[in-house]
Design a protein around this ligand. Sequence first.
Ligand SMILES: C[S@@+](CC[C@H](N)C(=O)[O-])C[C@H]1O[C@@H](n2cnc3c(N)ncnc32)[C@H](O)[C@@H]1O
Length: 202
Amino acid sequence: LNKVPGTKGYEKVVNAFTEASLKLNFREIHPELYDLLPSPPARILDAGSGVGQNAAAFAQMGFDVVAVEPLEEFLAIAKSTFSGSAVRWLQDSLPALDKIDTSLEGFDFILLEGVWHHLNRTERKACIKRFSELMNSNGICAITLRNGPAGAGKHLFPTDTKELLEYADEFGFKAILKLENLPSIMNHKPNVTWAKVVIQKK
Ligand SMILES: C[S@@+](CC[C@H](N)C(=O)[O-])C[C@H]1O[C@@H](n2cnc3c(N)ncnc32)[C@H](O)[C@@H]1O
């Protein structure tokens, strides 16, 4: 199995990353995204799910959840931490998402939280194209974009909401939310800013 470039660095900080991630609560961090969730049991994809706290929270809310994560260590922690959860955990990566066969398609909501900066421009475009294939019409895709010096993940590229919205337009999405220049929720990262973009399949 070829190593997915965007996982670079995370394998060195698995314990610290896990501890920090498991404290994060989706509803508190992203109230405006939480409000856009469909009604359960709609199908949700958590792409680049890390140690799985968001996927598990969605499953707990009654959603039908598929979580994809390339890093074996994170996936193993997700499965053991949330062993009672109905999440379908897949070791797979963007942009191809090869493991998502037709029986798993038809998503109503896709979360891409903290992953976009790990993809280059070619991969980003392919990613939005793939999401377009995998989504139901009116499906919603929530994407957070990071800018700033490397954190745990060492393979990263600058992000730009305009670039993302170009791909969205090209592959049949309309923008429904754009928030820029948000501070990092980790208060020790003053140079890091985030954006949140939500696009909806037409
Ligand atoms: C900042 S972490 C965010 C994890 C999780 N979404 C969360 O909010 O806690 C970035 C994650 O993206 C994953 N990742 C990196 N490149 C990826 C790719 N090409 N496809 C899918 N996931 C990727 C990393 O392994 C890591 O788990």
